[in-house]
Ligand binder design. Sequence first.
Ligand SMILES: *Cc1c(COP(=O)(O)O)cnc(C)c1O
Length: 413
Amino acid sequence: MTEPNDPLSLQKRYGAGNYDPLPVTLVRGEGAYVWDDRGRRYLDMMSAYSALSHGHRHPRLLAALNDQLGRITLTSRAFDNDRLGPFLARACTLTGMDKALPMNTGVEAVETALKAARKWAYRHKGIPPDRAEIIACQGNFHGRTIAVLGLSSEESYRRGFGPFPAGMETIPYGDAGALEQAITPATAAFLVEPIQGEGGIIVPPEGYLRACADICRRHRVLLLADEIQTGLGRTGRLLAVEHEEVHPDGLMLGKALGGGLLPVSLFLARRELMDVFAPGDHGSTFGGNPLAAAVGLAALDVLVEEDLSTRAARLGAEFLARLRTLAPPLVHEIRGRGLFVGIELAPGPVSAREVCLALLKEGILAKDTHENVIRLAPPLIVAEDDLLRAADTVSRVLVRVATVVHSSHARTG
Ligand SMILES: *Cc1c(COP(=O)(O)O)cnc(C)c1O
């Protein structure tokens, strides 16, 4: 007997079981669309958790990648390359930050922020050695390393992976008073997502970030904004903190920064915070490589030149309005900002995953988060009619799922 050797069987046989994907094998992508191995087309309403904000295979990003492939791809930071400087300059200018440190994945940018914050606290705030504390929010998602999981309140992410580093604490999200109460003389930083993504597209109350920024300033606590998912136009502004005119001390970008082609992340900061790093303190073999820098720069240029933030604001408002007028059943709440939308289902017999499976059959890729929330976050280049049609499909699917549940209850009840 030979083992089956189709791609899916090989993945099941040889791959770790740390994911439970929806049953579709994607083989091609273009713009807001992807195709599966049977030639079926889907509208991508997930965008690889916002990493595909530019859509699949954006021509200008492919051109930047190809151009750089023909020159040099990797130097390591043991030597300089001619692509990194322009990329960092563009990122700093656009975000209003002083300096930037390149990494690859989002969680590495978060780790970098935590390291910078601790060192800053010892050097500039006089916190005794090894006593610095970081505050984060319940329901956060900042990535999967052990240190970052030390800040997570999600039992399933943490279970079996302890012990975690000391000096980490969580407070309720959306409650500025809780931040004020939690701050002690040893607090170095407050790490926050402007909208919680993996937590279920949780939009905090109006004025929350502004209030947190004021509290941080009064207590000399660093405000670290994790915009890995919310940043780069997703919520209708380049950064989600701009909705409340907040200027964080440190900022993390990732996901869409790689244009859907490569992992590219940045930790950006005010000068005093970034200047805690000296040669040998911190680094990454691939961080700042010329290929990533060329793609990252092009990704930023495309965002600005195609005005994708404004597009996200306009289309997002239309999409939300359309979903709300259709008022699909089973829904507890429809919320979001820009093209970052969550449909929270009412407690009951239908899970968000079941809805996502039904959407898949209708040619829409969406992903459940937190059991009862359907995340809808298409590429920011999505066509207006495709988006509004998707709103109709989502409503129709929810109606159908509700009917099935209702009639099966009627039969058994
Ligand atoms: C995805 C995400 C991360 C982690 O990024 P990776 O590239 O998966 O390491 C961190 N913070 C937020 C808010 C995210 O959405």
